[in-house]
Design a protein around this ligand. Structure first.
Ligand code: SF4
Length: 466
């Protein structure tokens, strides 16, 4: 539950209220990034943009949306995984070059961004941001390809790693998904308009119809001549991020062709089969543990109750009292329900233990509320390696499962027992496409190699370094 989402992207082509619908789409994708938000629109002649730090709802009002005129728009919610979190790194990034104006939104992380950037800088490029996405725009601007479409293909072909992109030119919207398909990207329709977005929950909010996923390696282009798809990249082994199902995506979304709620509930069922324990009540750690706890309760026959209540209105920062209050940090977000916990044997269900410090506070809080036993159950395998494909994980040394045995983790968090779902259990829950998933954070085996010097860069860019 301490992992940070990466980013969410949304784009719409051919609608009189393009910017307004993009705003709503981003609203539905807010869980994927809360640091910055932006929308770029095109009226067929020129592009306009508005970007700001913070939440979607706080940064767009009627006049701002009206100013974003035109029949097409793209938008982005950001959590910084590469580059710092300031406004200069907010997206979309808009440039004007020999191919005309173009705006770009990116979800994912390029593993060869530093290498490409070094090459571009030595050739005279001047970068405005520290984001890996800007590298793609420099490659685009320098491309001698005869059309913007070909220039996009030429530039994106040089990138390695994870990218689900939505781009906007004055008269076209282009969606690109990397050949491994790390991050989701889906296609919908609203009347005659086309929509691309990270998750189907954004389609639901604007009453759009889901059509299909943008395929790994696909470049989808929609413009005045209609829509078309090309597959210009060499095919690669698929590597959908399994953590989208475990944690990131909203349970009401369909991701990689599967209902997130169904997969997550199945994770809980499998967890109960593998790591069952005699208990009186199953308590999810909200919100991320709810679906898995439902499955755990279903399979085990032990009732689930909301023994921890989450305050949904917590801001980004709060002023701590001078007087010490036990578990203050976690208590601001979660509060125990004593009538559910007191005198009971409790199974806590969560999606991950990252550093272990939050789990430790929660276990203590549940014990202080009167629980006689506290068993921690995690709906995925131990997280032992950082992600290089767009998810902000701590460096390896800070991942408790990378440096501690199961018994040491149990001791550290103060639980009576700890149990994780096996890798096989995780893969079984996603079903048929099990071989098409990335599971690197649980195995340490990376589907796209991280160059040696790049690893050092990413440690910095991903804020993994000391
Ligand atoms: S390493 Fe983990 S979080 Fe990153 S893409 Fe792979 S499964 Fe997802």
């Amino acid at each position: 539950m301490s992992f940070k989402d990466e980013c969410g992207v949304f784009g719409i082509w051919g609608h009189t209220e393009a910017a307004n619908l993009t705003y709503l789409g981003l609203y539905a994708l807010q869980h994927r990034g809360q640091e910055a938000v932006g929308i770029a629109s095109s009226d067929g002649g020129r592009l306009r943009i508005h970007k700001a730090l913070g939440y979607v709802a706080d940064n767009f009002d009627e006049p701002t949306i009206t100013r974003l005129a035109g029949m097409s728009a793209i938008g982005h919610v950001r959590y910084s995984t590469a580059g710092d979190s300031g406004i200069k790194n907010a997206q979309p990034i808009l440039i004007d070059c020999a191919h005309g104006e173009i705006a770009i939104c990116h979800n994912g992380n390029l593993v060869n961004a530093q290498e490409l950037r070094d090459r571009l800088v030595s050739d005279g490029s001047i970068f405005q941001t520290t984001s890996d996405t800007e590298v793609l725009l420099h490659l685009y601007a320098r491309s001698k390809a005869p059309t913007p479409e070909q220039a996009i293909v030429e530039s994106v072909s040089q990138a390695q790693g994870a990218f689900s992109l939505v781009l906007l030119t004055k008269d076209r919207m282009i969606a690109v998904r990397d050949p491994h398909g790390f991050r989701p990207l889906t296609l919908g329709r609203l009347g005659d308009s086309y929509i691309v977005c990270s998750e189907t929950c954004a389609l639901d909010l604007i009453d759009a119809e889901w059509i299909r996923d943008i395929q790994p390696g696909e470049v989808f282009i929609v413009g005045p001549e209609g829509e078309k798809s090309i597959f210009p990249f060499a095919p690669a082994k698929q590597a959908h991020c399994i953590f989208e199902h475990v944690y990131f995506a909203r349970p009401d979304s369909y991701v990689f062709g599967r209902s997130v709620n169904e997969v997550r509930t199945e994770l809980g069922r499998s967890l109960a089969r593998e790591q069952g324990v005699p208990a009186d009540v199953i308590v999810p750690i909200p919100d991320s543990g709810v679906c898995a706890a439902t499955g755990f309760a279903e399979e085990s026959g032990i009732p689930m109750q909301m023994g921890l209540i989450r305050n949904h209105y917590v801001g980004r920062t709060f002023i701590e009292p001078h007087q010490s209050i036990r578990h203050f940090g976690v208590r601001v977000k979660l509060n125990p329900v004593k009538s559910i916990l007191a005198g009971r044997r409790v199974v806590l269900v969560d999606d991950s233990i990252v550093r272990g410090t939050t789990s430790r506070k929660i276990v203590k809080m549940v014990r202080n509320a009167g629980a006689t036993e506290v068993h921690m159950r995690i709906s995925c395998p131990p997280t032992i390696s950082p992600c290089f494909y767009g998810v902000d994980t701590p460096k390896r040394a800070d991942l408790i499962a990378a440096t501690h045995t199961l018994e040491q983790i149990r001791e550290f968090i103060g639980a009576d027992s700890v149990g994780y779902l096996s890798l096989n259990g995780l893969l079984s829950a996603v079903g048929e496409g099990r071989s098409s998933y990335c599971t690197s954070c649980y195995t340490g085996e990376y589907p796209v190699a991280v160059p040696q010097n790049e690893a050092a860069y990413l440690q910095l860019a991903l804020k993994l370094a000391d």
